[in-house]
Design a protein around this ligand. Sequence first.
Ligand code: GLU
Length: 283
Amino acid sequence: MRVATQPAAPTSYRGRLAPSPTGYLHLGHARTFWTAQQRAHANKGSLVLRNEDLDPSRSKTEFASAMLADLRWFGFQWSEGPDCGGPFSPYNQSERGHLYLTAFNQLRAGGFLYPCTCTRKDILSALTAPHGGDEEPIYPGTCRSNQESQIHNQKFSWRFRVPDGEAVKFTDTHLGPQQFIAGKDFGDFIVQRHDGIAAYQLAVVVDDAAMQITEVVRGSDLLLSTARQLLLYRALGLTPPAFHHCPLMRDDSGVRLAKRHDALSLRTLRDQGLSPEQLRAGW
Ligand code: GLU
């Protein structure tokens, strides 16, 4: 008999729901997650729930429990998660720091990172072109030649140096061929914050790889993050999953739904007596 020390490589589809407990989930989350669940079912696969409570200042346990309750009410079912365990436990990002640190050390040893002392304000004032939207500004490269030994008594984060000019390409299972240029569409990005906590880009790559996710279904607001993450997969020698980006849900005035849209939170809709079936009928 063979004793497995590592879970076997996936032979079937593995999808995930990866909400952050920074507010109540809204209808836009539910629609993207519904696609994730449908794709897992259609592929006779499994669905994992990962609690992305990486940022201690923004994550709240009350939102984490509301998240699970709201998802269950809506009709989501997962076979692995913080509430039911599974072969890739823990499923709370706040408990997975050791895995992020190993990956961070590997990137650092591979020469992919540099320490950056810039504040958000420094970056904004170093930029000549205006920028807008949710995307972070393209980092102007101020600290690219920094060595850790030269930094004294200053806070610093660690950035991934992107290969300027390289086209990061992938074929989205919903949107088709995608291409983003490193250094132009997105710049050097943070993988570890100044407080030592892994940044979203690194944590999500480490987790999706470790949890053997075969397809990531997410909102199209994360397309550029996918491009960044593909560079991390390559630098870490990991095989990326497939990606399926869903259209974002907008409110009546065309504004993308966010956690601040309380009126469209699953909680509020449920309290108004709406059923998940009625809500899905509107999609
Ligand atoms: N947890 C993140 C969010 O809620 C992103 C998940 C993902 O990578 O798909 O926006």
